[in-house]
Design a protein around this ligand. Structure first.
Ligand code: ADP
Ligand code: MG
Length: 253
């Protein structure tokens, strides 16, 4: 039975999509059968794995027109499948407002798919709207990327509040998988300060793996590849492989 992990933070540009693509690819490289669900209308996780403008998409799954197994596509990695997003999803949040059990549409759709994978990673949009609520209601845990930048902790209170609301109403079991420091720059004092502050606040929830700023990570999506296929020996590739191992070790206890 798959462990379902949402990558969430309502702030844009903190490394959610980068983490979704590269964590799921690293898990797949470790021969863990993985599904990446892209639930962001911007569809960056899909295009970053060379699956663009794909229809049907998660949109048809959410509104009940298609079954998940009929929409899932294979990636270049044999252990990684993708449930792609599409710009159509922009309208879904509005359509979903009218639907009964609107926070649990993804959870109902996921059904038996969970038996086919070891991990399901969900890339969330930069908001705490219905799409993110659907992701959190479906998940066993949430991984929170935090960019080592000014105002890193800003808005995290709101995210934790949303997690509590989801626990109360839709998903009692939702855990925090961990907090991931992203775009760390060893040379910048600010990066070290932010890391200290985040560790003070989240304690051992913070992953020991830190994702460093690395240009190969930002180049890879334009080639439709995860960084480990684009440049296997880059620091970005090593950091995400290390994150996957840490996650596997944490989950084997
Ligand atoms: N470790 C990193 N090193 C360099 N650039 C990064 C790194 N992580 C993310 N980026 C870049 O930062 C931008 C925002 O990242 P992204 O993963 O799309 O954030 P989000 O999904 O949270 O909006 C992208 O252009 C991405 O390529
Ligand atoms: Mg994104």
């Amino acid at each position: 039975m798959a462990k379902v992990i949402s990558i969430a933070n309502q702030k844009g540009g903190v490394g959610k999509t980068t983490t979704a693509i590269n964590l799921s690819s690293s898990l797949a490289a470790a021969e863990k059968k993985t599904l990446l669900i892209d639930i962001d209308p911007q569809a960056n996780s899909s295009s970053g794995l060379d699956i663009s403008n794909h229809t049907p998409s998660v949109y048809e799954v959410l509104i009940g027109q298609k079954k998940m197994e009929d929409v899932i596509v294979n990636s270049y990695l044999s252990y990684l499948d993708v449930l792609p997003s599409n710009i159509n999803l922009v309208g879904a949040e509005i359509e979903m407002v009218e639907m009964p059990y609107r926070e649990s549409l993804l959870k109902s759709a996921i059904g038996s798919i969970k038996e086919k994978y070891e991990f399901i990673i969900i890339d969330c949009p930069p908001s705490l709207g219905l799409l993110t609520l659907n992701a959190l209601s479906t998940s066993d845990s949430v991984l929170i990327p935090v960019q080592c930048e000014y105002f890193a902790l800003e808005g995290l209170g709101q995210l934790l509040n949303t997690i509590n609301i989801v626990r109360q109403h839709f998903n009692k079991e939702l855990q925090i998988e961990g907090v991931l420091l992203t775009m760390f720059d060893t040379r910048l004092r600010l990066s070290h300060q932010v890391a200290e502050e985040v560790k003070k606040y989240f304690g051992e929830k913070v992953f020991s793996t830190v994702i460093h700023r690395n240009v190969r990570i930002s180049e890879a999506p334009s080639f439709g590849k995860p960084v480990l296929l684009y440049d296997a020996i880059s620091s970005g590739s090593k950091n995400y492989i290390s994150l996957a191992s840490e996650l596997l070790i944490r989950n084997s206890k």
